[in-house]
Design a protein around this ligand. Sequence first.
Ligand code: NAD
Length: 475
Amino acid sequence: MIEHKQIYIDGQWVDASGDGITHLVNPANEEVFATVPMSTPDDVDKAIRAARKAFIPWSQTPSAERKAYIDAICAKLTERKDELASLISQEMGIPVHFALGIQVMGPISGLSIFGDLAATMDETREHDGGYITVKEPIGVCSFITPWNFPLFQVVAKVGPALAAGCTCILKPSEQTPLSTFIFAEVCAEVGLPAGVFNLVPGKGSVIGDVISSHPEVDLVSFTGSTEVGVDIAKSAAGTVKRVCQELGGKSPFIIAEDAPVAKAVKYVVKDSMFNSGQMCVQLSRILVHESQYEEAVEVAKTVAESLAVGDPNDKGTFLGPLSSMQARNSVVRFIEKGVAEGARLVTGGTELPEGVEKGAYVRPTIFADVNNDMSIAREEIFGPVLCFIPYKDEAEAIAIANDTDFGLSSGVWAENKDTQMRIARQLRAGQVKVNGPAFSFAAPFGGYKMSGNGREWGASGLTEYTEEKAILVGG
Ligand code: NAD
């Protein structure tokens, strides 16, 4: 049993002021394997005040020094990569072999990009008209992160904050805090100055409000559901701080008429079932020309049925369990709803996968004959459930793709380059993936519409944490 007893404030491991603890349950076997203390609003207040005290000195460190700290954090996290992958797998079910790449080494590479970008904070731009502009760190930042990519989401926020010269406090998801304890241990080990990074694990319903409304916080960045994101923005409004929201999605994938349909379907089914489908960027509405529709559905069935579901420690496993029994129940309710709404259940369903007797597992599920008005096409399911929707022509495909409250990701598969760009330019989403690229830790990432505002990762991610100052010089 892993037992964390303290939280990390002002460079010290200290007791939380209350006696709340959370028990972490491994969704593969439904057993408790770790406990973590829960911070109180008083602890959050202390952490924010520590971050405020640390801000000016940290913001004045040379950018090369901030880069050196970030590089040192990357090196120490890399030393602990296997431990991180194992903990994340136990917390939320992803197979360990996938966790090592996308949940650990990927984020570390993204973090190192922020180290390289720290020097851009020193740039001074002279403009015609007698003024110069400089970039400065925004100040104290507070972060609230979700459970589906525990370290990834942390690095996307803490990385640019450190590079810019901001200080921060972090509340990880109460379901997946373990990698953030390692992150805090590493910060202490590399000698990051006290108060620059503070860890306050806790329940969103208890400490979320003070994190987002505190007058000493200059920016709150939240990744999670749209519903909670809206509450956070409301609570932050009174203090006019910057609010960055990375929220839900219901992303479309258009298979153009000229596409090799089997190849495109194989890509999208595997890509969208990854992490058991628990991805804000999941391409969950797959639009296929009516002439290729039945072929596409048949290929999707074959691919979904070929994906191994089971033990996250087994190298052959593609889908582990969902993150919790609660998550499984929610996805099962959507599958029932899809059937009740008249969609055709091609494969999958509500039963546990064959050979599995317990755990939060869900069968890879494909629905055909889905109408874009059905709730399975409109609401984020957050599981291994995909909807196939037929279209008559390109204009209709684009109209259906954009007929959503969300706008986080999207995809297209087309052979012709003009078709690729014509469709990509018309999709109302922060990213468009053309012909199955890998995730980029340098490209801007963020949402249109109810998927949020602002951008994370790379140079655009750093900009979120800066203020632009104009210096006007008279005669
Ligand atoms: P969630 O909204 O339930 O929780 C996210 C975080 O908010 C957790 O740390 C939680 O403790 C906290 N929280 C809950 N209630 C709160 C409150 N009242 N005040 C303040 N904080 C509160 O989301 P989740 O279930 O952890 O994650 C899944 C959601 O995250 C999905 O909707 C997914 O699309 C979204 N997501 C978005 C992105 C993105 O980059 N756009 C990335 C990953 C996940």
